[in-house]
Design a protein. Structure first.
Length: 74
Protein backbone atom coordinates (compact mmCIF):
# COMPACT_ATOMS: atom_id res chain seq x y z
CA UNK A 1 0.00 0.00 0.00
CA UNK A 2 1.05 3.57 -0.63
CA UNK A 3 1.09 6.01 2.29
CA UNK A 4 -1.63 8.65 2.01
CA UNK A 5 -0.04 12.13 1.99
CA UNK A 6 -2.80 13.66 4.14
CA UNK A 7 -2.12 17.24 3.08
CA UNK A 8 -4.73 18.72 5.42
CA UNK A 9 -3.29 16.77 8.37
CA UNK A 10 -6.63 15.55 9.74
CA UNK A 11 -7.54 12.52 7.64
CA UNK A 12 -8.45 9.12 9.03
CA UNK A 13 -6.90 7.55 5.92
CA UNK A 14 -3.34 6.28 6.32
CA UNK A 15 -2.71 4.29 3.11
CA UNK A 16 -4.28 3.13 -0.13
CA UNK A 17 -3.71 0.72 -3.01
CA UNK A 18 -5.05 1.28 -6.52
CA UNK A 19 -5.75 -1.46 -9.04
CA UNK A 20 -7.52 -1.27 -12.40
CA UNK A 21 -11.07 -1.49 -11.11
CA UNK A 22 -10.68 -0.93 -7.38
CA UNK A 23 -9.11 0.99 -4.52
CA UNK A 24 -8.30 -0.34 -1.06
CA UNK A 25 -8.22 2.25 1.71
CA UNK A 26 -6.59 1.68 5.10
CA UNK A 27 -7.86 3.80 7.97
CA UNK A 28 -6.36 4.69 11.33
CA UNK A 29 -7.17 1.79 13.60
CA UNK A 30 -6.06 -0.72 10.98
CA UNK A 31 -9.23 -1.59 9.05
CA UNK A 32 -8.90 -1.76 5.27
CA UNK A 33 -11.93 -1.31 3.03
CA UNK A 34 -12.15 -2.41 -0.59
CA UNK A 35 -14.14 -0.32 -3.06
CA UNK A 36 -14.72 -1.66 -6.57
CA UNK A 37 -16.41 -0.75 -9.84
CA UNK A 38 -19.21 -3.10 -8.76
CA UNK A 39 -19.65 -1.60 -5.29
CA UNK A 40 -19.89 1.40 -4.84
CA UNK A 41 -19.42 1.85 -8.60
CA UNK A 42 -16.99 3.14 -11.21
CA UNK A 43 -17.75 6.84 -10.71
CA UNK A 44 -17.03 6.74 -6.98
CA UNK A 45 -13.93 4.57 -7.35
CA UNK A 46 -12.50 6.83 -10.05
CA UNK A 47 -13.12 9.91 -7.88
CA UNK A 48 -11.54 8.17 -4.87
CA UNK A 49 -8.45 7.27 -6.92
CA UNK A 50 -7.97 10.91 -7.92
CA UNK A 51 -8.34 12.10 -4.33
CA UNK A 52 -5.97 9.40 -3.03
CA UNK A 53 -3.27 10.44 -5.51
CA UNK A 54 -3.84 14.12 -4.65
CA UNK A 55 -3.41 13.34 -0.95
CA UNK A 56 -6.44 15.34 0.09
CA UNK A 57 -10.19 14.88 0.52
CA UNK A 58 -10.44 11.10 0.43
CA UNK A 59 -11.89 10.50 3.91
CA UNK A 60 -14.37 13.34 3.45
CA UNK A 61 -15.49 11.94 0.09
CA UNK A 62 -15.97 8.47 1.57
CA UNK A 63 -17.98 9.75 4.53
CA UNK A 64 -20.09 12.05 2.36
CA UNK A 65 -20.84 9.87 -0.69
CA UNK A 66 -19.88 6.24 -0.09
CA UNK A 67 -20.35 5.55 3.65
CA UNK A 68 -20.96 1.80 4.11
CA UNK A 69 -21.21 0.97 0.40
CA UNK A 70 -17.95 -0.99 0.19
CA UNK A 71 -17.16 -4.33 -1.43
CA UNK A 72 -15.23 -5.79 1.49
CA UNK A 73 -13.52 -5.13 4.79
CA UNK A 74 -10.28 -6.64 6.12
Amino acid sequence: MKRYRNLDGQSGVVAYAITGDAIAVKFQGGDTYDYTHVKPGRRHVDNMKLLAEAGQGLATYISRYVRDDYAGKR
